[in-house]
Structures are given as C-alpha cells and as structure tokens.
Design a protein around this ligand. Structure first.
Ligand code: 1GP
Length: 241
C-alpha cells in the first residue's frame, strides 16, 4: 500500500475531499462487520478510522483483522490508549492532545507506545489533536481529564494548530468530541485552515449531509464521522444522494 499520508496530500492537491468512517470497537458488534463494511465500501468513505476512548484490551486487533477481510480502504488507528495499537491496521495517528496540558497525552503515552510500535509496520503519522468545546461533556474530556478549548477563542485555537505544525505534526485534527451536540463552526475551521500548511481533519457531531458540506466548504480536508453511522446505517445512502 502507498503511504497513507502521501495519498491524503495528493488528494488535497487534486481538490478531493476525504471522509473517514470511525468505528469504535467498544460500540461495534463484530458480528456485523461484513454487513457494515458492505455499506462503507459502497459509500463515499475514503478511510476507516478505528478507535475509542475506552476500549478493552485486545479487542481492537481482532476487530481490525476482521475489517481488513472486507475492505481495501485504508484502516487507520485513532487510539484512545496504547492498548489499541495493532499491526493489523495500515497506519496510526500518533496523537498529541495539544489543546490540553496533561503531560501523559502530550508525551507520556507516546513513550509507552514505542516498544509496541517496534514490532509493527504501521505508518506512524504525528497528529496534533485539538479538543474544542461542543456544548456537552464528551468522552475525550472525561478520559483525558483535560478541558476543551473555548469555541469563542478562535485565535488561541489557530495558534495551537500552528504550534502543532511548527513542532512537526503532519496532521491537525480539530475535534468537537464524539456525539457532540453541534459540529465545529465554519469560522473556527476556516481560520485554522487559512493559517495551516498541513492537512486538516475535522470531526465530532456531524450528523447531516448539509453539516458535512459546511465543514468541507469551511476548509476541512478529511472529515471523521462515527455516531451518525452507528445510529443509522441509512446515513451512508443519504450522503450519496
Ligand atoms: C470522534 O470526531 C469523531 O472522535 C467522530 O465524532 O462520533 O460525533 O461523528 P462523531
């Protein structure tokens, strides 16, 4: 497989928009894998992300192995914890929670991950992960015990994203949190995009085609959707129409 990061860059150069379906092993019934993946394969999705804030050990590896049987789409780990690292996937978002000040999520977990990564062929993509308030308390906030950034302080969000880029992060991920009441605003996304050279991922709370369109128009290169697909598989068809 080509470099997943390079493919993302190429897609952006070609003016394409990318969509990742997020599968949370904690919420997903592995017996549904074949049926669910049929839907994913027939949809506009370009990537599959796998991960969650609270996932029991080993489950991610078993699930990713199963997913790979039914799709040729790249499978990218979006882990809430080092136990979710598995060689069955193609790539790993090596996330630093740069919106927070919790050292474990800035460098601690990464050191723990090194010995696990030694025995894998995963493409490791350093990613600056920025949690922004969404009106409700999300799992990321609870598990990491970090405060999301204020939606109104756009300059601070922009500066955080730029700092991530200057530190060498290859992707910036603006996160409203899984199941967020509202997706991030166009103002936040467009102002970050204007200042950023790296590809921009946006996720959290996107539940309709119009919201997806807004987020793309504001400047997201890759959008992540999980809950809307979990709640209603017809959402795959709705996005196509
Ligand atoms: C969560 O950004 C992702 O980390 C997706 O959020 O589940 O709200 O689509 P949703």
């Amino acid at each position: 497989m080509n470099s997943i990061y390079k493919d993302i860059q190429d897609a952006i150069i070609n003016g394409e928009k990318l969509l990742a379906v997020l599968i949370d092993p904690d919420k997903f019934n592995i017996e549904n894998t074949s049926r669910f993946l049929k839907k994913v394969n027939a949809s506009i999705a370009t990537h599959i992300f796998v991960g969650g804030s609270t996932v029991a050990e080993i489950i991610t590896g078993i699930l990713v192995e199963e997913i790979k049987k039914y799709t040729t789409l790249p499978v990218v780990l979006f882990p809430g914890d080092v136990t979710q690292i598995t060689d069955h996937a193609d790539a790993l978002l090596f996330l630093s929670l740069i919106s927070g000040r919790h050292s474990e999520y800035l460098i601690g977990k990464h050191i723990e991950a090194v010995s696990k990564l030694k025995n894998t062929n995963l493409e490791v993509i350093p990613t600056g992960y920025i949690l922004i308030e969404s009106g409700n308390i999300t799992a990321v906030e609870k598990v990491t015990e970090t405060k999301p950034m204020s939606r109104n302080d756009i300059q601070n969000i922009v500066d955080t994203a730029k700092a991530g880029q200057l530190l060498g992060m290859k992707l910036i991920y603006l996160e409203a949190g899984s199941g967020a009441k509202e997706p991030l605003t166009r103002a936040i996304i467009s102002q970050v995009k204007k200042e950023l050279k790296t590809p921009l991922i946006v996720g959290g709370g996107i539940k309709s085609k119009i919201q997806l369109k807004n987020v793309y128009q504001a400047g997201a290169d890759l959008v992540v959707i999980g809950t809307a697909f979990e709640d209603d598989e017809l959402f795959f068809d709705k996005l196509r129409k």
